[in-house]
Design a protein around this ligand. Sequence first.
Ligand SMILES: Nc1nc2c(ncn2[C@@H]2O[C@H](COP(=O)(O)OP(=O)(O)OP(=O)(O)O)[C@@H](O)[C@H]2O)c(=O)[nH]1
Length: 347
Amino acid sequence: MFYRLRHDFQLSIITLLGACAVFGITPFAIFRFITGNALAGLTDLVILVSICAAVVYAWLTGDNRRAGFCLAMFTCTGGVMVATLLGDVGLFWLYPAMVTSFFLTVPFVAVVVNSLAVVALVIEDVAFDSHEQMLSFVTTCVVVSSCAYIFARRNEHQRERLERLATHDPLTGVKNRRAMEEELQAAVANYSRNRMPYALIIFDLDHFKRINDGFGHARGDEALVECAELIRRCTRKSDQLFRFGGEEFVLLMPGVRESGIRAVAENLRHKVASELLTPAGPITASFGVSCLDGTDDAESWLARADEALYEAKSLGRNRVVIRPSPVEPGCGSGTAGSPASRRRIPD
Ligand SMILES: Nc1nc2c(ncn2[C@@H]2O[C@H](COP(=O)(O)OP(=O)(O)OP(=O)(O)O)[C@@H](O)[C@H]2O)c(=O)[nH]1
């Protein structure tokens, strides 16, 4: 429970709001019933139960988006109902409700929900003592919502930026090794649930050091960027390219069956050899391939592809080696080889 609260910001906000609702609204609900204002008490109770239901829904389903939207609706509707019943005393509740909307749902939706609440109160015109009070209320609501909107947008933008920095390679723009590890785990889980076939290709540019040594690191960088672009152009949208490190990339291909993987990998090898032009002339790449099988975890699957790449390098580079699964042979026609001690490749 604490793990989820620590790692899921929106769930923690939803839970916090639930706790605030229980401790903040319950005394008012009791007070209304005691003082004979049963309608206001009942309204508080309905708001309370709705908020608690949304919190429970978020915990059970993990669907924070829907729960957050419902909560924003409930709190703003509650604010309107309380203001309608209690007049200007109840109007104050709308301010925290409006600010909370921005924590619960996306900024645009929060603005819409808040605006609907304010418009509803203006149309009803029962909560205000005078038109001057109404105007003041509407103006302050617009100020509060605008500030919260700007803040929420900035927050959203920064979160996206941080997320991108954590998951993407800054040079080539493709996903990084960290993101790859997560995607491989997800693929293994998907395979065991739905038997969705997956192929993994690790490829490494051949003699890349020569470009750096002969033409400088900047030209080497350009070649890496061009390589990533070329591979992205030649693969499907559902395929995912990662930079594994240095001049080595990983391609995760969902839906590619054992029977088709050699043609796919050979096509990529051919594209690199014929279209990737570097200052040192055309450059080639070596490819190691493995298909996911029922006994694999992410590590063993990646290790098989890595062994295949090592073998491709050892056999002279610019080639595809497929490492069949030890339990489910048939992932292309692999070249047998001993497990590789990683990367001591003869020239
Ligand atoms: N320009 C550039 N070079 C990089 C980057 N990361 C790694 N390298 C270089 O990639 C080269 C890798 O060299 P090696 O591991 O010897 O591999 P190789 O020369 O490609 O030879 P083989 O892989 O055996 O075919 C080194 O010169 C690294 O400095 C990078 O981000 N930019």
